[in-house]
Design a protein around this ligand. Structure first.
Ligand SMILES: [Ca+2]
Ligand SMILES: [Ca+2]
Ligand SMILES: [Ca+2]
Ligand SMILES: [Ca+2]
Length: 359
């Protein structure tokens, strides 16, 4: 495998190759960036005092990163969208879709070791107030990242909640939660939703966001499914219950952030020779847009120099796989030769090519 890579490395020429410290492209954070659909649940949150009624129902709020605002129907700006309470019979929206919010990622989200995505709601840090929602994921079966309306022919799988064995499957049934208030206005939630510090697999629970692992995906029968990557996420409430002060338990979404190691396109938790080989073995090929696992980490549908630079610029990041793997160990030597070649080109009067500021 390595011999092949070296050969291809020679074919493509060294011009434009970027060794890490010399010209690293910025490896920015990634967020949901493809709209899917919004099928509101029951009692979507209303802007306090609004007349006429203004709801937190602009699903665009879930796209992009922190701080990005959208306007609601009366002009109020917000970062969040309210999903409403659990229902299987939405009274608003187009009514022919599973209730919930679907968003996509134009570059596939790989299932690397540990959590792969962070869902940020609006659970406050100052006091205990959470609105647990459940998470489903789907691949793009055309290969690669999310495409407009691509969710329509995909199967969604549930991220198995930590208390799955104590509830009814939230895809098929409401899970009522009784919430009572104490004299100091703090809230009690009924079991098995009573401990907000231990509700893995739900979102809008933890201040700052809730991470989840694609490896926790299960099918309708409760069996684990093996997904190497996903392109779509669906979010909805687990309950149609209400708080003592009247408003519905309706989870909110601010943004979804990819938890990833840029350049680790084989998702083994380390940026090294196996990632480089993925780029080289697909070199100059067109691939489905967003298919970073096919050697295209910048997701533009073509495997080329920008992808190579993306891998090299994060070279050696992460935790190396155990030495028992059958991968030879030329990573360090490769980087050394890379660097020396570039330096030699510079000495001979070549300027370093300009590389994109961001990818
Ligand atoms: Ca994972
Ligand atoms: Ca909330
Ligand atoms: Ca890797
Ligand atoms: Ca590319």
């Amino acid at each position: 495998m390595f011999a092949k890579s070296w050969k291809m490395f020679g074919w493509m020429g060294i011009t434009g190759v970027c060794a890490s410290a010399l010209c690293a492209p910025t490896l920015g954070a990634r967020y949901a960036d493809v709209p899917g659909y919004y099928e509101p649940g029951s009692n979507v949150d209303v802007v306090f005092g609004s007349d006429p009624i203004e709801r937190f129902d602009n699903a665009q709020a879930a796209l992009g990163g922190p701080g990005q605002q959208v306007a609601l129907s009366q002009g109020t700006l917000t970062e969040i969208v309210s999903l409403g309470g659990w229902t299987d019979d939405p009274t608003t929206g187009t009514n022919n879709r599973t209730p919930g919010l679907v968003v996509g990622f134009s570059i596939e989200v790989l299932n690397a070791p540990g959590n792969d995505l962070l869902v940020v709601g609006n659970a406050p840090a100052a006091f205990t107030f959470y609105e647990p929602g459940f998470i489903e994921v789907a691949i793009e079966s055309d290969g690669g990242g999310a495409i407009p309306n691509g969710w329509q022919n995909e199967t969604f799988y549930l991220i198995k909640p930590g208390n799955y064995n104590q509830i009814t499957d939230p895809r098929t049934s409401n899970n009522p939660i009784t919430i009572t208030s104490n004299p100091d206005f703090s809230l009690n939630y009924s079991a098995p939703f009573d401990d907000d510090t231990n509700l893995p697999g739900y979102f809008d629970v933890t201040p700052g966001g809730d991470g989840f692992n694609i490896s926790d995906a299960i099918d309708l029968a409760g069996n684990a499914v093996n997904l190497n990557s996903i392109a779509y996420v669906r979010l909805r409430s687990v309950s149609d219950s209400a708080f003592p002060f009247g408003t519905s338990l309706a989870p909110d979404v601010d943004y979804l952030q990819v938890v990833e190691l840029p350049g680790d396109i084989d998702a083994d938790g380390f940026v090294g020779i196996t990632d480089l080989n993925l780029v080289l073995s697909n070199w100059n090929n067109a691939v489905p847009a967003g298919a970073q696992s096919q050697g295209d980490p910048n997701g533009d549908g073509f495997v080329g120099i920008d992808d190579l630079n993306l891998v090299l610029s994060n070279w050696n990041a992460g935790t190396p796989p155990p030495p028992s793997s059958n991968v030879p160990e030329p990573a360090t030597a490769l980087m050394l030769v890379c660097t020396m070649t570039l330096l030699s080109l510079r000495r001979r009067g070549y300027s370093s090519k300009s590389f994109p500021d961001h990818l």
